[in-house]
Ligand binder design. Structure first.
Ligand code: UDP
Length: 253
């Protein structure tokens, strides 16, 4: 069997050339990293959970008309997505203060924000993904003004969808990050949601107890990352058959 071509290896995923032109296979690894990869570990089963959860969220986005790169899940660790040119920005939407914004502005974690706040960071690991303004983005040509209008609209639509879905299972969507990709259709180009949507890229707090169900469990040593992500998957009904947070053997593909 011919070896498939690796396109890119990131911290949590590896990308391979897809079986058809214009497609890419996303393989979800178990590697957990934080603080720009200064902290590393392996969380057994995380890749399977994020593959299933990202499928669930992206399919939900498609169902409400929010364009995204997801095509279909291939197996427990891989999904087929549309190839796109990634805009070099991390788009962060915040509903409650947490993480870097709480620190930067001296706001208590968990404070509800007066409205969703959208922030942009330049995707550049060597620089630690610095926060940038729309002035930087326009001046350096990372995206056009039209792109920025589209990105803002996509980000807020994803926020509305995700907040509602999570609220329905007793979880608060504190903040999240999306990436956006450019696709070309004939003479037109448009922007779509790309990468992944999973507890690796969201802050998710249990509404009743405040328990963290996201990557902060790893960042802050709060227990088992796989248990936290399994809880999210269970509540959303996307846990693989026969698997429970305690009995996880079927998670390993
Ligand atoms: N985030 C992410 N990847 C990054 C940086 C942030 O997925 O490289 C997510 C993070 O999980 C959180 C949101 O974006 O849900 C806001 O993160 P923040 O700026 O507070 O940074 P952090 O505290 O993670 O350094």
């Amino acid at each position: 069997m011919a070896r498939r071509k690796k396109i890119y290896e990131g911290k949590a995923k590896t990308l391979y050339e897809g079986p058809e032109p214009g497609t890419v296979v996303q393989y979800f690894k178990d590697d957990a990293t934080a603080f720009n990869a200064e902290k590393k570990d392996v969380a057994e089963g995380k890749g399977v959970l994020n593959n299933l959860l990202s499928e669930f969220f992206m399919t939900g986005l498609t169902n409400v008309g929010i364009p995204n790169h997801f095509l279909r899940r291939l197996n427990m660790r891989e999904q087929l997505v549309r190839a796109c040119e990634i805009v070099p920005l991390e788009v962060i939407v915040r509903n409650y203060a947490a993480g870097s914004m709480a620190q930067r502005l001296g706001i208590d974690e968990g404070t509800q924000l007066p409205r969703p706040i959208v922030e942009y960071c330049l995707k550049d690991d060597a620089l630690g993904d610095p926060l940038v303004t729309e002035e930087h983005i326009a001046a350096f040509g990372w995206a056009t003004q039209q792109d920025m209008d589209d990105i803002l609209s996509l980000a807020l639509r994803v926020n509305d969808f995700m907040s509602g879905v999570m609220f329905g299972v007793g979880i608060r969507l504190v903040d999240f990050k999306i990436e956006v990709g450019r696709v070309y259709e004939g003479d037109f180009q448009r922007l779509i949601v790309a990468d992944e949507i999973s507890p690796d890229s969201c802050r998710l707090w249990d509404i009743e107890s405040g328990r963290k169900l996201d990557k902060d469990v790893f960042r802050r040593d709060l227990g088992s990352l796989t248990d936290a992500y399994s809880e999210v998957a269970n509540r959303l009904g996307v846990m693989p058959k026969g698997a429970t947070p305690i009995n996880r053997p079927t998670l390993i593909n």
